[in-house]
Write a protein that binds this ligand. Structure first.
Ligand code: NCD
Ligand code: ZN
Ligand code: ZN
Length: 368
């Protein structure tokens, strides 16, 4: 993943936020959290635990476990999400809003992805919840794929948009909606032509790779995620939206750690782990496409604006200084294979200025 030479030596930007992140729980949480905390000020934490985070009470308890796992002195704000089911009530939505800990509600079509079995079987059943979300202005975050096994896996995002998302966006005309991990030209076109209040997160893997990478020299389980990597024209559509400076497209890594043995399996889990170098990987992708100047707003402004949160005032600096991604990281009792394992990345996050950092902040220093 080497970058072409350029005379930009450093890039300074507001501290970014990750608007789509899987932190897991327990030992896995403790293993991955420091990577995110080193880079990001806030993150939208996905609720697809087992069992899922379906209530405000569960979201608050999960937020406490995340806070308890923070490296000493670290400043990081977990923004919690509720996992919608066919049974989610309007009262639960109002409780979530009143808690002020919950920043959005997540729609997983049942069976679409990791730990989605308890998800939504029929969006018709969500009417009360969606009306309450509209009323309290709580955004709907969507895993946008149909689950019908007869539908080609590369078409599932487009079918979901036609069958579910476009009608939903029209029916709930004031509901704010994020098409998470947008992966197709159809998805990009939908967001770009949608009414105000519709946006999308974009992952590093969907910017860096097309589906050929899944089969380059053999099967690459560590590049398998959902939505699965798409064609080159699809990847180009994501790049074009970002290159145009479109504020509806912002950073959401979808960093989704699974133990190595669960990925390197006859039935491997979906999910790419990218938190170890999230910002650096985006810098790599943006530079490769000649749009590095678009990184600060994509990473640090558009998402905060969408969520009606202040932009971070603190700054971080990326420097052009190649480093090699480790082959594995520890992951509780197991191992984690990171995106770009064993390969070179052209950008490095500068460590925080010592002296200014709070005592113990170095404990979060997991950047290489
Ligand atoms: C995510 C996970 O592992 O939790 N996996 C993935 O491939 N993206 C779930 C999700 O975001 O769909
Ligand atoms: Zn998803
Ligand atoms: Zn995800």
């Amino acid at each position: 993943m080497s970058v072409p030479p350029s005379d930009t030596a450093t890039l300074s930007l507001r501290r970014p936020d990750d608007w789509h992140l899987h932190l897991r729980d327990g030992a896995a949480l403790r293993a991955v959290l420091p990577f995110t905390v080193t880079r990001f000020a806030r993150a939208i934490v996905m609720p697809n635990l087992d069992p899922p985070i379906t209530t405000s009470a569960a979201a608050l308890a999960y937020r406490e476990r995340i806070r308890a796992a923070l490296p000493a002195g670290a400043r990081f704000e977990p923004l919690m999400t509720l996992y919608l089911t066919d049974e989610t009530s309007a009262e639960e939505i109002r409780r979530a809003h009143a808690s002020s800990a919950v920043a959005g509600c997540k729609l997983y079509p049942a069976g679409a992805t990791t730990h989605s079995a308890a998800g939504v079987r029929d969006v018709g059943h969500l009417q009360a919840a969606l009306e309450a979300m509209t009323e309290v202005d709580l955004p709907l975050l969507v895993h946008g794929e149909v689950v019908d096994a007869r539908v080609d896996i590369f078409e599932r995002e487009a079918r979901f948009i036609e069958q579910v998302l476009a009608p939903l966006v029209e029916r709930y005309a004031r509901l704010r909606v994020v098409l998470e991990h947008v992966s197709t030209r159809a998805g990009v076109q939908f967001v770009r032509s949608a009414r105000p209040g519709v946006a999308a997160t974009v992952t590093p893997q969907h910017l860096l790779f097309n589906r050929n990478a899944l089969f380059a020299g053999g099967l690459r389980p560590h590049l398998y995620c959902l939505p699965v990597l798409k064609s080159e024209p699809d990847r180009r559509a994501l790049i074009e939206a970002i290159a145009a400076g479109d504020a509806r497209f912002f950073l959401g890594t979808d960093s989704a750690p699974h133990a190595r043995h669960a990925k390197e399996s006859a039935c491997g889990c979906a999910g790419v782990f990218s938190a170890h170098a999230a910002l650096e990987l985006y810098a790599e992708a943006f530079e490769r496409e000649g749009m590095l100047a678009r990184l600060p707003a994509f990473a640090s402004e558009f998402g905060a604006d969408f969520y009606h949160l202040p932009r971070n005032e603190e700054r971080v600096t990326l420097e052009r200084s190649p480093w090699t991604v480790p082959a594995i990281y520890p992951f509780g009792a197991g191992e984690l294979v990171p995106l770009g394992a064993g390969e070179s990345i052209g950008w490095r996050l500068q460590p925080p200025v010592t002296g200014a950092a709070p005592a113990g902040a170095a404990a979060a220093g997991t950047s290489p």
